[in-house]
Design a protein around this ligand. Structure first.
Ligand code: G4P
Length: 557
């Protein structure tokens, strides 16, 4: 059984000392943990996030961060539309220190219409926390995001939340994950009771019972730890509840599985935790065990093979772009995940796609809406760079020998609409807004093949994504645009380009448009029409997602 904290990664440069700070690159990497939370809306992601931050000392009183209804606002929610709707749309990064570790929490939007944004964020994560509501078990959005984690082989830590409320049987919840997701589970702790009679958890590794008392809303709960054999336990916990929990534990132990860190890190075994974020049951034990079991920043695939985080030269990739994060500054920020080496303020790096050299003079660390200039950053960290319009999602920045990380593919859009600009005198702002929002990946943009039809077609995964574009065009660019829905639900990229499309002659029951890289895209009303075309022209290779583009600039509106 492997349970200890992972050793600092071994590599030829493990002893390389970061200048000035006294901490070596290997030490900085070893104490870093980076993760994203995946969940279905309402499972408690906001609440868990705020409690984790509380343990990190990042905010004083968690309740101050999230209030009811109108006032609802979390440190990581900052856009006006998010506040209005009480949903989390954009992803930001929260960094905090706890127990000698530096933790980067990559916040992901909760709403399913923004799964594309979550997908990109998961590309920057080394670990994922899958959050479930104990009463609901697996929900659709969790399943969808789980699939993305699985594709990326991310280690998945499961937190079963809301144990203070009546929920499903713990064994049934575990069984559901194992049988429906095909993900083996290893409960790290096991609940004693549930709902009104939730008494705490048994830590399986230390064979101790952690008792919880409900805390005043927003505060850390008092907690007591006793050995399983402690006679005092009988006075503190109803014997039948303890008896049942111990019986279930025996059953789990009897099943014989071990907490094998290799399997955890390969994404094949999920350590499972039970708790209640709102009342602070089990959050600290979760955080402690997570730091122990999660993987520190890992090597990443690039054009030059796997790049070790201990490679002394800096490298990283852009996983998110965001315009107008701070409306007072009207700026554009590129979020870069550091993959190797130490990043220093004022550093000169190369932009792999264009080959250009740039000096990064105002790198920022972001914390929700607050930001400060970073002096340095290490693998696993995320920095915000001012984006003068040159960065695109997936771009690599590096120093030293050239590397280029694998790009991040897009989701296949399912909703399409003309974007009309009713006011020709506002065309300049309209164009700027469309181009910038496309660049940051807020929406995909397609163009009619008939050049006289200048209005762009917006392509999105969810309706709310389109509404956000309209809202932002108005609020950030002063343009009141209008959507005119198009009756398509499927998009396919023609793999062989225009030549392949011309070779098959006329195509029926679909509309041909072009993407910003002047590649043909076919839009279909439904999959039936798509299947028909494929039957008629099996030689025409079609792709559901846009191939990643490298080296060429997109056509702007
Ligand atoms: P989300 O970000 O995943 O969408 O979920 P969020 O944290 O906003 O939580 C959704 C609701 O579930 C909130 O209630 C929250 O208080 C509640 N919740 C979260 N964790 C727990 C828990 O451990 N136990 C219980 N009983 N409830 C929990 P709400 O009514 O929507 O908001 P509020 O009135 O509590 O602010």
């Amino acid at each position: 059984m492997t349970q200890s904290r992972p050793e600092p990664p071994k590599g030829t440069n493990a002893a390389a000392t970061a200048e000035g700070g006294g901490e070596s690159l290997a030490q900085a990497v070893a104490r870093r943990r980076n993760f994203a939370i995946i969940s279905h809306p309402d499972a408690g992601k906001t609440t868990l996030t705020e409690k984790l931050l509380l343990y990190g000392g990042a905010i004083q009183q968690a309740g101050a961060v999230k209030a009811k209804g109108e006032q609802r606002k979390v440190t990581s929610d900052w856009m006006e539309i998010e506040k209005q709707r009480g949903i989390s749309i954009t992803s930001t990064v929260l960094q905090f220190d706890y127990a000698g570790s530096t933790i980067n929490l990559l916040d992901t939007p909760g709403h399913q219409d923004f799964s594309e944004d979550t997908y990109r964020t998961l590309a920057a994560a080394d670990n994922a926390v899958m959050l479930e509501d104990a009463a609901k078990g697996l929900e659709p959005q969790t399943r969808k995001l789980f699939e993305v984690c699985r594709l990326r082989h991310l280690p998945i830590f499961t937190f079963i939340n809301k144990m203070d409320r009546p929920g499903r049987e713990p064994l049934a919840l575990i069984d559901e994950i194992e049988s429906e997701l095909g993900l083996a589970c290893w409960p790290v702790n096991w609940p004693i009771g549930g709902g009104d009679r939730f008494r705490g958890v048994i830590d399986r590794r230390s064979r101790t019972v952690i008792l919880f008392e409900r805390a005043e809303r927003g505060r850390q709960s008092a907690e007591r730890t006793l050995a399983i054999g402690d006679p005092e336990l009988a006075q503190l916990v109803e014997p039948e509840l303890l008896g049942q929990a111990l019986e279930e534990l025996e059953l789990l132990d009897g099943a014989g599985a071990e907490l094998d860190l290799e399997l955890v890190h390969a994404g094949d075994l999920s350590p499972v935790f039970f708790g209640s974020a709102m009342t602070n049951f089990g959050v600290r034990p979760f955080l402690d065990a997570f730091l122990d079991l999660a993987q520190s920043p890992i090597a990443r695939q690039s054009s030059e093979g796997n790049i070790d985080p201990l490679r002394p030269d800096f490298s990283g990739f852009v996983f998110k772009l965001q315009a107008n994060m701070d409306p007072r500054h009207r700026d554009r920020v590129a979020f870069v995940r550091v993959c190797s080496g130490r990043f220093d303020k004022d550093m000169t790096v190369r932009h792999a796609r264009s080959g250009r050299t740039l000096r990064l003079s105002r790198p920022q660390k972001l914390f929700g809406q607050d930001r400060e200039v970073v002096e340095d950053a290490y693998p696993g960290d995320v920095i915000g760079l001012n984006n003068p319009g040159m960065f695109a999602i997936g771009d690599t920045l590096y120093s030293g020998a050239r590397v280029e990380y694998e790009g991040i593919p897009c989701f296949s859009p399912e909703i399409f609409a003309w974007l009309r600009n009713p006011n020709p005198s506002a065309f300049k702002s309209f164009r700027k807004g469309v181009n910038e929002l496309r660049e940051e990946g807020a929406v995909q943009v397609l163009y009619d093949t008939d050049a006289s039809k200048r209005d762009p077609i917006l392509a999105a995964v969810g309706q709310l994504q389109l509404e956000v574009v309209l809202y932002r065009l108005e609020n950030e660019y002063g343009v009141k645009a209008r959507l005119e829905p198009l009756d398509f639900t499927v998009a396919r990229w023609v793999s062989g380009g225009w030549a392949a499309l011309e070779a098959v002659g006329r195509v029926f029951n679909c509309k041909t448009v072009r993407d910003p890289w002047d590649r043909p895209v076919l839009l279909f009303r439904n999959t039936w029409n798509l299947n028909q075309l494929q039957e008629d022209h099996p030689e025409l290779a079609l792709a559901a997602v846009a191939p990643v583009v490298s080296g060429t600039e997109p056509i702007a509106l």
